[in-house]
Design a binder for this molecule. Structure first.
Ligand code: NAD
Ligand code: UDP
Length: 336
């Protein structure tokens, strides 16, 4: 298939490019590089030994979208481009709605213009909000607690209505849990441009000596060791889910959400211990108050993805920590 990948230079997008190219898909990237580096695409080209076209452009700009659609004529789109920092979304709600919702709307219009009717969308487990029960299945109520989560839910609704009005269209809504880890080559990985918001890249930067210690955001949660639990998913497993979702989209119509997680969760303290084992160093920690808006525990029921897409996670926690350490220690300054 010819697949246009918006946000393809980002963390999850770059790993997905390799999986797509490995399966013989033709790919084209549309990215503004607001949160990524063009160097990623050079590394993807080297690792895949394949052909990859790219357009620099913003998904909110009609001309950029039309140029990519006309030049590449995609059969399907994977839509990663978006903003993802929960805290920042509270400070800049309009910016987040503009990119995450407005960008999705513009993209669908551009797809309609060239008759492209299949899209895989990067959604998030944050659409669920405070758990009514765990593990979350896809029927769990959606009550996101952040602006970021609401932009993702709103984009899901736009995609769902688009597919409903056009019976031959397909929107696969992948609700990611917590992506971590790196490609086994250690040549591509997560490269936060600022102080990391997320646990795993923060731990990795402590391990490599860029930060003095990890702040543990609360140890008084109702969890076995008092620290927050998350369902961490290896980014290569997540990347594979997109390739399998494309196969699903080829023979299904309508919009459908799928949880992409492992069905196993780990606490902050368990993640620190696992990382210490991988890097052979001690990770200094300090317990601080809870982070506003954090949920005690998240866990995926990913049985729908297994039953309908044929996807399930195969990587272990050790794979996640070892690959993160390999990436961070080989590239202490990321792509710089
Ligand atoms: P990332 O920031 O590494 O990648 C996003 C890419 O989109 C970047 O290359 C960025 O330059 C590009 N981009 C941003 N705004 C753009 C715009 N207006 N036009 C064109 N390109 C633009 O993030 P990621 O971790 O790879 O996440 C990819 C997607 O998955 C995002 O939509 C994110 O919300 C979603 N998601 C991420 C996580 C996570 O924890 N990483 C969890 C759930 C969902
Ligand atoms: N966390 C932490 N210190 C950090 C970053 C995160 O203790 O510097 C905790 C956070 O409170 C949560 C877990 O690690 O319990 C995962 O947080 P992350 O931001 O990676 O993912 P999300 O909260 O989006 O699920």
């Amino acid at each position: 298939m010819r697949v246009l990948v918006t946000g393809g230079a980002g963390y999850i997008g770059s790993h997905t490019l390799l999986e797509l190219m490995g399966q013989g898909h033709e790919v084209c990237v549309l990215d503004s590089y607001i949160n990524s580096s063009k160097e990623v695409l050079n590394r993807v080209r080297t690792l895949s030994n394949g052909h990859l076209t790219d357009h620099e452009g913003d998904v909110r700009h009609t001309a950029a979208l039309d140029r990519a659609m006309d030049d590449f004529a995609p059969d399907a789109v994977i839509h990663f481009a978006g903003l993802k920092a929960v805290g920042e979304s509270e400070e800049d709600p309009l910016g987040y709605y503009d990119v995450n919702v407005g960008g999705t709307l513009g993209l669908l219009k551009a797809m309609d213009r060239v008759g492209c009717g299949k899209i895989i969308f990067s959604s998030s487990a944050t659409v669920y909000g405070e758990p009514v029960y765990l593990p979350y299945d896809e029927a769990h109520p959606t009550q996101p607690t952040s602006v970021y989560g609401r932009t993702k839910l709103m984009a899901e609704n736009v995609l769902t209505d688009w597919a409903k009005a056009n019976p031959q269209k397909t929107a696969v809504l992948l609700r990611y849990f917590n992506p971590v880890g790196s490609h086994p080559s250690a040549q591509i990985g997560e490269d936060p441009s600022d102080i990391p918001n997320n646990l795993m890249p923060f731990i990795a930067q402590v391990a490599v000596g860029k930060r003095s210690h990890l702040s543990i955001f609360g140890d008084d949660y109702d969890t076995p060791d008092g620290t927050g639990q998350r369902d961490y998913i290896h980014v290569v497993d997540l990347a594979r889910a997109h390739v399998m979702a494309l196969d699903y989209a080829a023979s299904h119509q309508g919009a459908r959400p799928f949880n992409i997680g492992t069905g196993q969760n780990y606490s902050v303290k368990e993640m620190v211990s696992a990382f210490e084992k991988a890097c052979g160093k001690q990770i200094p920690t300090k317990v601080t108050p809870r982070r506003a808006g954090d949920i005690a525990s998240m866990l995926a029921d990913a049985s729908r993805a297994k039953a309908e897409i044929g996807w399930s996670a195969t990587h272990t926690l050790d794979d996640m920590t070892a690959s993160t350490w390999a990436w961070q220690s080989t590239n202490p300054n990321g792509y710089d």
